[in-house]
Design a protein around this ligand. Structure first.
Ligand SMILES: Nc1ncnc2c1ncn2[C@@H]1O[C@H](COP(=O)(O)OP(=O)(O)O)[C@@H](O)[C@H]1O
Ligand SMILES: [Mg+2]
Length: 502
């Protein structure tokens, strides 16, 4: 007969016994990595263990961040970048779709690159690549961004003209370029196609015309951000500390995507050509925030970086409010996923389906407040503990001193829910002041506006803001120019102007 003995026992003792309940968090030795080589993120919800992120035991260093607008994705990314720069001396390149990192990067002493303001990138730059390979990459971008793949003849003509433009500048297309040699631009390529058109000997002039038309979109005077001699050296930028590539002032999504794809291609080449690295931590971190077109397409180099980045100490962070916008290949391969608040059942289903967390975690995610997150990590070895756990809050650096113009009064419920349109604009004081001066607000007017904003938590609703500008005798044309300068859509601008009686 078996003897049964009763004894007092603490509940924390019981919780450690796996036969009674699986522990709801990974063990402390997994959560608390070597502080000299990990980045503190926050404290776990149940056992209050400090969690410091490191990728040594993970399949790779890449991170995806998902959550509704305002959940705290960008705040988390900023926190992580700053700590990575302290701990590992990591460089960071932020591909900044909406310009939301700009004030913070300026404040942190980083470099801001702004396309519509005098910076150019020649997408035909070779940065050490063979012209043949570069041509393929450019065609790849056109495949993603335009309808060219539906027109094989136009594709062939464009590809040939790209190669010919390199040859005309003295390059050998199958060889690495000599250092310092000036590459052609898209304008040279267009000229070649036009020449062929005027010669009049080519059988299908309509195909030629369409090929020219497609390329011209990216080379129009004033919109030739990628068809002029580069003012930037991307290779250097990836080793320049904190760099924000502000795409928000580009005219539309295609331009933003073209820039982002080109930057990723160049960084990928640089990563490969630099080869392996023995250092601990990450040499460079590339951030893609809300860049759905670039994160979702199979042909995007975001995927190549995810596949190959680990061995080169290259990390990718992809942040999005819509997890289904992140390509499966990225999503199922990243070593860590941070899930902030998510409301939509559809998105929760998608996440739970691919990451396999419990219904308990699912319930938590839908109730999170700002900065709360569930973390899922993919370990290299099989686990005896759950890979997903909840953080009380992402413990970040102090928020930046910013002024906010809030659009929530102007957007419809469905626009707010869809979250496609940015709901607030953040400005550093000096930056906002410079804009006021640019759009002819008087000195007293500027002081008045700041005093008013200071009195209401440095934030103002858009309609009230525009009414204030009017009261300060700012002409409607200047108000419209101001709204355009923060890249608001024409339809929204019309709505703001009529709503504020301007
Ligand atoms: N962990 C956090 N602690 C404190 N404030 C936070 C935290 N996360 C976000 N915030 C604040 O909440 C607001 C929205 O955060 P943000 O990162 O811009 O959201 P998202 O990028 O998901 O739209 C910002 O004002 C930010 O400072
Ligand atoms: Mg954000």
């Amino acid at each position: 007969m078996t003897l049964v003995r009763f004894q007092h026992i603490l509940s924390s003792e019981i919780s450690k016994r796996a036969f009674l309940s699986r522990p709801p968090e990974p063990p402390a030795e997994v959560l608390m990595s070597d502080p000299l080589h990990s980045l503190f993120v926050g404290t776990t919800k149940i056992f209050k263990v400090p969690f410091a992120w490191s990728f040594v035991n993970l399949t790779n260093p890449h991170i995806s961040v998902v959550g509704i607008t305002g959940a705290g994705k960008s705040y988390f990314v900023k926190t992580l970048l700053i700590r990575a720069s302290y701990v590992w001396n990591s460089n960071a390149i932020i591909i900044d779709w909406a310009g939301e990192y700009k004030p913070w990067v300026k404040q942190s002493g980083g470099i801001v690159v702004s396309f519509a303001k005098g910076d150019y990138l020649n997408i035909m730059d070779l940065t050490g690549m063979k012209p043949l390979d570069r041509t393929k990459q450019i065609m790849n971008s056109f495949d993603i961004l335009t309808d060219i793949s539906a027109f094989p003849e136009q594709k062939r003509l464009t590809e040939e003209a790209l190669e010919q433009a390199y040859v005309n500048m003295g390059f050998i297309i199958s060889e690495k370029p000599p250092a310092g040699k000036e590459p052609p631009t898209l304008k040279n390529v267009i000229a070649l196609l036009e020449e062929k058109l005027t010669e009049g000997t080519y059988e299908y002039p309509a195909e030629l015309e369409n090929a020219v038309y497609r390329l011209r979109q990216f080379a129009r005077e004033g919109e030739d951000y990628f068809a002029k001699k580069s003012t930037l050296d991307l290779g250097k930028l990836s080793e320049s500390g904190l760099v924000d590539i502000d795409l928000s002032s580009l005219p539309d999504e295609r331009f933003r995507a073209l820039a982002a794809l080109f930057i990723l291609q160049t960084l990928k080449e640089k990563m490969r050509s630099e080869g392996f690295s023995e250092t601990k931590g990450l040499k460079a971190i590339v951030v893609l925030d809300e860049a759905w077109k670039v994160a979702s397409d199979d042909k995007s180099d975001a995927i190549t970086i995810v596949r190959e980045g680990r061995k080169y100490q290259f990390g990718l962070i992809v942040a999005s409010q819509n997890p289904t916008d992140i390509n499966e290949a990225i999503f199922s391969n990243v070593g860590t996923t941070f899930m902030l608040r998510i409301k939509f059942e559809k998105f929760l289903n998608y996440l739970q389906g691919s990451l396999n967390f419990s219904d308990f975690i699912r319930g938590e995610i839908s109730k999170f407040g700002v900065g709360q997150a569930a973390v899922e990590m993919l370990f290299q070895t099989a686990l005896r503990f759950p890979g997903t756990f909840v953080l009380e809050r992402i413990h970040g650096e102090e928020p930046l001193y910013v002024y906010i113009i809030d659009l929530s009064d102007i957007l419809t419920q469905s626009e707010l829910a869809a979250g496609i349109i940015q709901r607030d604009y953040q400005f550093e004081k000096e930056e906002l002041k410079a804009k006021f001066i640019e759009f002819n607000v008087s000195t007293e007017g500027i002081d008045g506006l700041f005093a008013l904003m200071d009195s209401q938590g440095k934030s103002m609703k858009m309609v009230a803001f525009v009414q204030q500008l009017k009261q300060n005798n700012v002409a409607t044309s200047n108000i419209v120019a101001f709204l355009k300068s923060i890249s608001l859509d024409d339809a929204i601008i019309t709505r703001i102007i009529s709503r504020s009686g301007a």
